[in-house]
Design a protein around this ligand. Sequence first.
Ligand SMILES: C[S@@+](CC[C@H](N)C(=O)[O-])C[C@H]1O[C@@H](n2cnc3c(N)ncnc32)[C@H](O)[C@@H]1O
Length: 258
Amino acid sequence: MTSAGIDPTRPSIARVYDYWLGGKDNFASDRELADKIVKRLPQIPEMARANRDWIIRAVSFAVENGVRQILDVGCGLPTSGPGLPNVHEVAQSIAPETRVLYVDNDPIVQAHGRALLATNSHTQLEEGDLRELDKTLASLTFFDMSQPVLLLLAAVLHFFPDAGEREPYQLVRSIVEQLPAGSYLAITHAEDTPETRAVTGDYTAATSQLRSQEEVAAFFAGLELVEPGVVRLHEWHPRDDSPFNDPVTVLGGLGRKP
Ligand SMILES: C[S@@+](CC[C@H](N)C(=O)[O-])C[C@H]1O[C@@H](n2cnc3c(N)ncnc32)[C@H](O)[C@@H]1O
């Protein structure tokens, strides 16, 4: 264990995902697990890239529709692969004044993200836990909580089982209740299919839960879903020129608080 609380001998979700994206912030233990999963689900690196590309499209949509504050929880490592910029780079290329707060509970994200973000006063990174967000949201001074926020929960809710420590639907509802009208909720989530089911439990020692289209759509209760609703990522506002349009069994949706 390093002084920053990083244990290189135990794989972490953030570092395994970084490896699939072609990043360099991972250790042998992460690569070993990541390769083992690829053997059983060969399209998983493609799913990770499609996920990042969907985030770019959803962030662009929200910023083009006036949102200037983004809360990216379970943000992962600042992997900026070819054609896959980070959230703040996407948002601030459209509206430079957009404030982006990244939150993750893995100390590796804190250690590696700080340097990347040091030069940008509109972007911050904090160590924090999604399980506690409903209790800490009101104390966030980085945002003007009278103005809309895009809450981004990308590839994180599948680590929240229904029977876990925090019931995920109630958690998301209690966070969204605190956001002002006009805010957006963006979710990506691994879909429950026979292929994805084969690797559940491998990714991390943490429990995980795949969900169906209907189950992911239920996170948006009370929100107006942006068309075409909760669909597989390649079906949501695809860009003609994107190299990431191949079909993947990951679902995504964007909802607006009326
Ligand atoms: C698969 S990665 C996704 C990264 C990024 N959101 C994306 O979609 O590109 C999942 C991230 O969620 C983080 N995570 C898992 N459980 C969390 C929790 N309870 N609170 C905050 N972050 C969490 C992990 O550390 C990891 O960085």
